[in-house]
Ligand binder design. Structure first.
Ligand code: DX5
Ligand code: ZN
Length: 214
């Protein structure tokens, strides 16, 4: 599985140091959580921070937009360094068009689903997207408990991907640790996001390696 550590749990006063650590680690992607205080009840960081992270990051920048009407910022995030841009199904009135715009802008397109949203809503777009990001906690905060229903959603999503001949990768976000990570791997998940489990550990680089070794 690809590991995408979420810098929402990094030390913001030493963000450059933490990104250098990720550069040297076995993480393939860096997960960047943007929150607007509207779509989710929290505000994190945005474009200026991403521009600076992009100057030092050697890994794929995996940007997760937890914002209303993300169409307004697609090109701006591409210019700031995003390589994968994930929007929420619940935040897009014209999701098909949003996916097209992300591709036109030169990025891979991801669609995220909140825990309450069934995977069936993706049936008409599954062939058009590169990543499905299933939220395994309610978005807005790091350090929450993994929602067990997620495993069933992964199985349903895998069936849809296979039936439609889609190339979409399955990424899981929230509450990932060695225990949930091992079960997700057994379900055939492609990417795991891990925030607090990595950055609150004594040796984040070794923690990433232990997720990779699952
Ligand atoms: C939650 C964010 C996650 C968060 C995960 O809204 O989308 O990416 O950083 O944090 P952990 O791994 O601590 O659950
Ligand atoms: Zn996220």
């Amino acid at each position: 599985m690809i590991v995408s550590p979420s810098i929402l749990s990094a030390d913001f006063l030493n963000l450059g140091r933490d990104v250098e650590m990720l550069n040297e680690s076995q993480a393939e992607w860096i997960h960047f959580d943007v929150m607007d205080g509207m779509f989710v009840p929290n505000i994190s960081f945005g474009l200026p921070v991403l521009q600076h992270v992009n100057k030092v990051a050697k890994k794929v920048l995996d940007v997760h937009l937890m914002i209303e009407d993300p169409d307004r910022y697609i090109d701006a995030f591409q210019q700031a360094g995003a390589e994968i841009l994930t929007v929420h199904h619940e935040a897009c009135r014209h999701l098909h068009r949003t996916i097209q715009r992300i591709h036109q802008s030169g990025m891979k397109a991801g669609v995220s689903l909140n825990p309450h949203t069934p995977v069936s809503v993706l049936e008409e777009v599954i062939e058009d997207i590169d990543v499905v990001l299933l939220m395994s906690v309610n978005p807005g905060f790091g350090g929450q408990k993994f929602i067990e229903r997620t495993y069933d959603k992964v199985k349903q999503l895998k069936e849809m991907i296979t039936a439609r001949g889609s190339k979409a990768m399955i990424e899981i976000d929230g509450g990932v640790n060695l225990e949930t990570g091992a079960k997700l791997k057994a379900c055939g998940v492609d990417v795991v996001v891990a925030g607090s489990f990595v950055f609150n550990s004594e040796n984040p680089s070794e923690t990433i390696a232990s997720l990779k070794a699952l």
